[in-house]
Every structure is written in structure tokens, then in C-alpha cells.
Design a protein around this ligand. Sequence first.
Ligand SMILES: C[S@@+](CC[C@H](N)C(=O)[O-])C[C@H]1O[C@@H](n2cnc3c(N)ncnc32)[C@H](O)[C@@H]1O
Length: 114
Amino acid sequence: MRKNKLVAPVLKWVGGKRQLLDTFRPLLPKKITTYCEPFVGGGALLFHLQPNTAYINDINPELIRVYTVIKENVDELIEELEKFENTAEQFYAVRDWDRNKDYYLTLTDVQKAA
Ligand SMILES: C[S@@+](CC[C@H](N)C(=O)[O-])C[C@H]1O[C@@H](n2cnc3c(N)ncnc32)[C@H](O)[C@@H]1O
């Protein structure tokens, strides 16, 4: 399958492997049919390889929610993201959402992912 150059990690992730892709390249199998990534994080290698079939996992449920929403509900996610303003006030307001458990529980999966 041809690679889509627009496909890239959607999150900056601590410990991401994007800078190491050139080092990994010669170590990778020539053909990958099914890709399994048990610690996907930002998915640098996954999005670089763009395998036809991939199984991903991460211990972080919020991260997995983001990938699930992208897979199942990307249009709603984009609509939700478009509501954000690039201001300090918006940043601090959104950051407070998950510090207020009662409020956070009222959010939809799409709002949480956004
Ligand atoms: C450094 S990141 C992975 C980077 C990624 N593989 C890449 O290509 O950029 C490590 C990830 O492993 C996850 N993790 C740590 N312990 C785990 C565990 N026991 N089971 C599943 N995921 C785990 C963390 O939540 C984190 O997202």
C-alpha cells in the first residue's frame, strides 16, 4: 500500500520515537503484514509504517480514547476542536476540566478527546 505523507502523529508524546526513525529503518522487516504496538504512545513508528492492519495498546485510557474517537468520530472531533480559541484563558479553562471530576464526567468522549 502507498504511504500517505499527511499521516503523522497527532500528539506530542514524552518518549516519542520520531527522532529515531532513521535509526530504526534498517532494523525493520522488509514486509510487515500485521503490526502490533503494545506501547503506542504518540505512535511515531505506527504512523511512519502505515501498516494495513495494526493492533495498538497503551496503559493510558485517555490516549486510547483519543485514537478511538479519531477512528470512529473524527468529524465530530474536528467540530469540537474548532470551538477552541488559541488563548491563555481557553487553555486554563480546558486544563481545569479534568481537575474537576464531577464536570469531567459530564463530557462526551469526543469532548474528552478534544
Ligand atoms: C515512550 S511511549 C511509546 C512511544 C511510541 N512507541 C513511539 O513510536 O513514539 C511509551 C508508552 O508506553 C505506555 N505504557 C507504559 N507502561 C505500559 C504498560 N504496562 N502497558 C501498556 N502501555 C504502557 C505509556 O503510557 C506510553 O504512552
